[in-house]
Design a protein. Structure first.
Length: 488
C-alpha cells in the first residue's frame, strides 16, 4: 500500500474544498454556532474539522471506505493483519478484546497489575478473572509484569481459561517477555491479549522494546495519545492469527463503541501513522539520544536515582524497559513523589506522568527537545534544593508484596452490582469490596470488586491519601469509608 497517503486527512481536505452545507450533527455547523469565547480558546480549526464520519467525511453508505483504508494502512505499517480505530480510548479497546475472547462466567488469565479499564471490563462482561501475580520488587515496592512461568502455572491450574491478558509496558516502562508468554498461550491454542497502551511507538524503532505483534500476540491494544501524536481518546487495536475472529472483534467494538466517532481523532491517527512510517526512525533516534543525555544529567542531581535496566530488568524482574520513561526514585531526599509532583507543578509548571510514595516519572516522546528537557532539569535541580522543606512525617504504610494480594471471593460483576453498604475503613477488614480502589496514576487498582479487603491494604490506602495519594474511583475518595458487599 502507498504509505504516503492519509485517507482521512485527504477526505477532510476534500470536504472543506467542496463547500458542503451540513444539515446533520454536529449542531455547531463547523463552528458557526459556537460561542466566540469558546472558539477563542479552542480555535476555529477544531470546529471546522469536527464533521460526521458518514454523511460528511464519507457518504451515507461509506462507499469510499475512507476509514477502512486508513485502518488497512495502519495494519500494514505495524505488521498486523487487521487494525481497528477507536475514538473511546484503549479503555474501550481492551474491553472489546476481552469480550472477543471470553464471555460471561468464562475464565480469563489476567495479570494482577492490570489497569482499571480491564477491571471495568470484567465487571461489564461477567468474566471470571484468574489473577496472575506480577513479579514484585520487594526492595523498591514496585510490580513488574508477570512472568511466562506464572502464566504457565495458571493455565495448568485452570486449563479451561479462554486466554490470557498481560499489560506491557507498565506505566513505569517495564516490559514482559511477550514471546515466551505467547508461546505458553499458543501451545494450548489460546489467544494472548496485550494491553500495550503505553507502547504505540514501539513498532517504529529497533532500540525500543519488542512490539507485541512481533512477539506473537494475537490482539494488541495501543493508546496512540499516550506516546504517539494522536489526540486524547485515540486508540488502535491490532489483530493477527486465527485464534480471534476479526468479525467477532469488530462486533464487540461495535457493541461498546460510540455511533458518533470523532473525525478529529481519526484524522490524527491517520496522520501519525504516516509520520511514523516516513520519519519515525529519525524521530526516535533523536528521542532516545535525548533520553539518554537527560537520564545521565538527572542522575547527577543530589538525592535522585534514575532507574535503568540494571534496576528493573533481570531474573525475577522485567524482560526489558522503555528508556523514554524517566522513573526517578526520591527516597534519598525523603520527599514523597506526591509532594514532589505538586511542588513542581506549582513552582515550575512541570506536569509529571506517574508519582507514588517514593517516585516521580517524566515521559519523553518524539515531541521533546533540548528546551523541554532543560526545563525538566532546572525544575528537578530546584526540587533537590528545596527537599528539606518538603519532607513530611506523613509516610505511606506500604505492606510487603505478599500482603498486597487479596483473595478474589466473588465475581467482580456480582460484587459491583450486588447489595452494598458503606462502612468505616477501620471496619472493612475481611469484607468484600464492591468498588475499585485505585491509586491514580498509574491506575492499577489496589482492590477490585469481589476481593476480600485486609487491614494492610486499607491502611496502605488511608496513609496514602493522607500523604497525597489520589483514589478517584472510590465512593469516598478520602477512603475514610469503603463500599462493601452487604452481608446477609
Amino acid at each position: 500500500m502507498d504509505q504516503s497517503k492519509a485517507p482521512v486527512l485527504d477526505a477532510l481536505a476534500t470536504y472543506h474544498e467542496s463547500g458542503q452545507t451540513p444539515f446533520t450533527p454536529p449542531g455547531h455547523k463547523q463552528g458557526r454556532g459556537a460561542d466566540r469565547r469558546v472558539r477563542a480558546v479552542l480555535g476555529d480549526a477544531v470546529f471546522r474539522s469536527d464533521v460526521l464520519a458518514t454523511s460528511g467525511l464519507d457518504d451515507r453508505t461509506s462507499s469510499h471506505g475512507i476509514v477502512e483504508e486508513a485502518q488497512a494502512l495502519m495494519a500494514e505499517a505495524v505488521g498486523a493483519e487487521h487494525a481497528f480505530f477507536s475514538t473511546c480510548g484503549s479503555s474501550l479497546s481492551v474491553k472489546s478484546a476481552m469480550l472477543s475472547v471470553a464471555g460471561p462466567h468464562e475464565k480469563l488469565l489476567v495479570g494482577r497489575d492490570a489497569h482499571k479499564s480491564v477491571v471495568s471490563g470484567l465487571i461489564l462482561c461477567g468474566i471470571r478473572p484468574v489473577w496472575v501475580d506480577p513479579q514484585w520488587d520487594a526492595e523498591r515496592h514496585l510490580a513488574h509484569p508477570p512472568s511466562a512461568a506464572a502464566f504457565e502455572a495458571a493455565f495448568a491450574e485452570h486449563p479451561d481459561a479462554r486466554g490470557a491478558l498481560v499489560t506491557t509496558p507498565t506505566p513505569y516502562g517495564t516490559c514482559s517477555d511477550l514471546a515466551a508468554i505467547a508461546e505458553v498461550c499458543h501451545r494450548r491454542d489460546r489467544p494472548l491479549i496485550v494491553d500495550e497502551a503505553w507502547g504505540a511507538h514501539l513498532p517504529f524503532h529497533p532500540g525500543l522494546p519488542t512490539w507485541a505483534m512481533d512477539a506473537g500476540a494475537d490482539v494488541c491494544v495501543t493508546s496512540v495519545h499516550k506516546m504517539g501524536s494522536g489526540l486524547e481518546q485515540s486508540s488502535v487495536f491490532h489483530l493477527q492469527g486465527d485464534l480471534v475472529d476479526p468479525d467477532v472483534l469488530r462486533s464487540r467494538e461495535d457493541l461498546l463503541g460510540t455511533t458518533s466517532p470523532s473525525v478529529l481523532v481519526y484524522a490524527a491517527l491517520d496522520g501519525w501513522r504516516r509520520q511514523m512510517v516516513e520519519h519515525g526512525k529519525a524521530l526516535y533516534d533523536h528521542a532516545l539520544g535525548l533520553a539518554e543525555r537527560t537520564r545521565e544529567r538527572v542522575s547527577r542531581i543530589d538525592g535522585m536515582r534514575v532507574h535503568g535496566r540494571e534496576d528493573f530488568c533481570g531474573p525475577g524482574k522485567a524482560q526489558d524497559m522503555d528508556p523514554l520513561q524517566l522513573v526517578i526514585d526520591l527516597s534519598a531526599t525523603q520527599v514523597s513523589g506526591y509532594r514532589a509532583a505538586d511542588w513542581l507543578r506549582r513552582n515550575h509548571r512541570i506536569n509529571l506522568h506517574v508519582c507514588d510514595h517514593r517516585r516521580i516519572s517524566a515521559q519523553l516522546t518524539h515531541a521533546d527537545d533540548s528546551d523541554t528537557a532543560g526545563a525538566l532539569l532546572t525544575a528537578l535541580t530546584d526540587l533537590a534544593a528545596h527537599a528539606e522543606r518538603l519532607r513530611t512525617s506523613r509516610t505511606v504504610d506500604v505492606p510487603p508484596p505478599s500482603q498486597l494480594r487479596l483473595e478474589q471471593a466473588a465475581l467482580p460483576r456480582d460484587a459491583f452490582f450486588g447489595p452494598t453498604e458503606q462502612v468505616p475503613w477501620e471496619k472493612a477488614d475481611g469484607r468484600i469490596a464492591a468498588e475499585m480502589l485505585t491509586p491514580y496514576p498509574p491506575g492499577i487498582p489496589a482492590a477490585v470488586p469481589g476481593e476480600r479487603l485486609t487491614a494492610d491494604v486499607l491502611r496502605y490506602l488511608r496513609t496514602g491519601v493522607e500523604a497525597g495519594m489520589v483514589v478517584p474511583d472510590a465512593v469516598d475518595t478520602e477512603v475514610t469509608s469503603v463500599r462493601v458487599l452487604r452481608e446477609e
